[in-house]
Design a protein around this ligand. Sequence first.
Ligand SMILES: [Zn+2]
Length: 427
Amino acid sequence: MIDPHTHVADILARGGVSNERALYDWLFNVKKPTIYAMTPDDHAVASALFAAEALRAGITTFVEFPEVFLMWDDESEAILEAKLNEYDSAGLRNIYAQAFRDNDDVPSNLSDFVGHVTRKEPAVEHVPMDASLSGTDAALERIGDVYDRYHDPSPDSRQQVWIAPENVVTATDDGLSAASEFAERRETMTTTHASETVHEEHGELSHVEYLDAVDYLGKRAVLAHCVHVDERDIRLCAATDTKVVHNPLTNLMLGSGVAPVPTMTNYEVTVGLGTDNPSGNDTINPLSDMQYAALIHRADRRDAGAVTAEKALEMATIDGARTIGRADELGSIEAGKRADLTLVGLDYPHLTPSQNIASTLAFQTHGHEIDTVICEGEVVMDNGVVPDIDERYPDLLAESQKRADEVLSRAGLDSMTEREWTSRSDK
Ligand SMILES: [Zn+2]
């Protein structure tokens, strides 16, 4: 299975810290402060925890969208190396989508807005607005350097690099166009966040129309979310072969809405299934996400045929491979493709009887039935055990909990973990 959109480091901020917050409240008061407080060692443990969970969930390939401020100083370099070492050692395929923010017009508008959002949490160590800002040329140079050092274009590659403008608001026109050119020139991909909440869509052009106007769309572009897009936006994605990642769990958890996926697939837009933020999902579990992806659109459209079990399985596998531009190598079991396989045990009461395997996978599994994962012909998860991580982190769970507690404390989020029983939200 392929996870074309996730934010690995968020994993230390899950477990009930961000309950009932909408996108920006969660983003600026929980997610960014947590990651800002993490050391390279914290990132290593977070990456190991992510890899252990992702492999147990049957993921062999994932696209990481790192925090945008992890780019500039010596510590950022140590964090990058720590992350990539963990993925390499665990044996799963990683695509590192190096993020950037180059729009210095933004702070005048955005800092007012962020000020309003962050005022409610005065104890939190908020991330300074300029921590992630860079000029367009400097960002391209830095990402070119990361690409040169870590992008392996060979078919058996387990490490590739994309370029990722943070989102439509915080990147300039030039930055978005340059990201597209970067991907084309280096035969890689680019990804950004688009149209996640209704609040973002307030300009005269929709996000997708704007991205079309600055020449960002195309076969090398992957848009995460596209929740508040209309049929014209979807036609633009179809006409330009722009890919979309559907992240149903975070869209549900943050109350962002339901992406019009059935309309996208009717127009033959490629849609992959992402786990997005571990602190807004709160799991890394594509089998479970398949069930949500198959079911929420049926309720939303009042159409029991809106998304089939087979389409849900395709979104987690071959459509995920199409999304990342690697359908020739990954995403289905065929002669000549890379040997990436996930074996699912079927001898469970809840999986019996089974008459249609796609339906059983989409609607009967819980996610723990996966017993073996093979990546590039190598067994990387065996009977629930990820040997590399078990060996290097014998106390992974205790260490992750301890580091999460310490990071949340450093970030000033203690009060969010000392929650009273809350039957009705007051936020
Ligand atoms: Zn995202």
